[in-house]
Design a protein around this ligand. Sequence first.
Ligand code: HEM
Ligand SMILES: *[C@@H]1O[C@H](CO)[C@@H](O)[C@H](O)[C@H]1NC(C)=O
Ligand SMILES: *[C@@H]1O[C@H](CO)[C@@H](O)[C@H](O)[C@H]1NC(C)=O
Ligand SMILES: *[C@@H]1O[C@H](CO)[C@@H](O)[C@H](O)[C@H]1NC(C)=O
Ligand SMILES: *[C@@H]1O[C@H](CO)[C@@H](O)[C@H](O)[C@H]1NC(C)=O
Ligand SMILES: *[C@@H]1O[C@H](CO)[C@@H](O)[C@H](O)[C@H]1NC(C)=O
Ligand SMILES: *[C@@H]1O[C@H](CO)[C@@H](O)[C@H](O)[C@H]1NC(C)=O
Length: 325
Amino acid sequence: MAKFTNKIAISAIAAFILIQTVVPFSEAALTANYYDQTCPQAENIIFQTVGNASIFDPKVPARLLRMFFHDCFIRGCDASLLLDSTLGNKAEKDGPPNISIRSFYVIDDAKRKLEKACPQTVSCADVLAIAARDVVAMSKGPWWNALKGRKDGRVSVANETINLPSPFSNTSTLIQSFNKRGLGIKDLVALSGGHTLGFSHCSSFSARLHNFSTEHVTDPSINSEFVINLTKKCPVKNKDHNAGEFLDSTSSVFDNDYYKRISMGKGVFGSDQALYGDYRTKSIVDSFAKDEKLFFREFVTSMVKLGNVGVIENGEVRVKCSIVN
Ligand code: HEM
Ligand SMILES: *[C@@H]1O[C@H](CO)[C@@H](O)[C@H](O)[C@H]1NC(C)=O
Ligand SMILES: *[C@@H]1O[C@H](CO)[C@@H](O)[C@H](O)[C@H]1NC(C)=O
Ligand SMILES: *[C@@H]1O[C@H](CO)[C@@H](O)[C@H](O)[C@H]1NC(C)=O
Ligand SMILES: *[C@@H]1O[C@H](CO)[C@@H](O)[C@H](O)[C@H]1NC(C)=O
Ligand SMILES: *[C@@H]1O[C@H](CO)[C@@H](O)[C@H](O)[C@H]1NC(C)=O
Ligand SMILES: *[C@@H]1O[C@H](CO)[C@@H](O)[C@H](O)[C@H]1NC(C)=O
């Protein structure tokens, strides 16, 4: 444990220096010390809650990281994904690609504790951003100083989730989708490294294995041994909704293995593998596969940028993350 804390402390200093030099602070109103006066224990409460939940359920880290990405891509990082559907409105969490968008209870738990410690102070959007940072660090990835000061939105629309990138997207479509949120090609490649954690259901990739195209039964960009493994896991197209494959051979460790795998044709999604088939992204994949420290630095930079997407200043601080005040 001491070693772990030490590592975090060292990477914390490194990340802080990095953030100081590369992130333009004028871009948003977010700051690293936003709750220093109003709720100094906020990050500790979140860390304890997320850490405890991850011990009880090892799926929690991957789920919270993905949750942050989905929230920020729809209406910005405003916790719209955390809102429950109501009588007249179907919310994002009930939108189309919500498979394995789970573990909302962890964020709700942290928020409940925060409301006791410092009522109506810490926004749900900030809880999610801090939790996403914590799960990366807990999985032996980098740590960084999360920027805070987001407000929570009051609107969540299921239909809007169709604007999330699809696992079948090609690189041009992915680049466009990221560009719309002010994120560049390097951000796309670095953030896709989130797939170093977690699991996918067959429905997200089995179209690559069965009747792929008129010329090919299986997607020719998949490594020939890996395609056999994947097909064993998902023998029938879109059938088994529980089966699937880990996104990375070290799926609970945040490392650069994801990039090594796509450079060998072992990406699980078409959208992962596409990054190695396009000249605009291939060299970045190679550089991350070769240099894990470089990947960590770029991932941190891109997560900070992702956390700035569509941040709203005139929202509210929700009391309960699943319902508007
Ligand atoms: C580039 C576009 C992206 C696409 C098309 C995409 C798509 C997907 C899909 C289809 C799944 C599996 C869902 C399932 O079948 O259970 C998944 C899982 C996951 N994604 Fe992404 N994703 C993208 C970017 C990201 C980003 C930017 C992050 C975070 C930085 C991320 C983090 C994750 C994680 C951690 C999981 C595993 C979740 C779990 O184990 O429950 N993804 N993604
Ligand atoms: C730790 O997590 C478990 C499982 O979610 C929960 O039952 C328990 O109350 C948590 N403990 C604390 C101290 O939060
Ligand atoms: C996903 O959406 C479906 C259909 O709207 C809903 O029944 C289900 O509860 C949602 N899953 C989660 C985890 O919210
Ligand atoms: C969602 O979008 C589809 C297609 O654009 C439309 O048919 C449907 O009525 C929409 N649903 C809601 C709840 O807006
Ligand atoms: C990428 O996908 C989009 C949408 O499906 C398609 O219109 C486009 O032609 C594709 N681009 C390439 C280079 O394959
Ligand atoms: C494969 O795809 C073609 C064209 O999309 C379709 O006509 C055919 O029935 C499919 N075969 C199988 C085995 O799914
Ligand atoms: C395929 O699965 C076997 C058995 O689980 C494993 O040893 C091998 O490394 C896998 N191959 C690839 C390319 O993932």
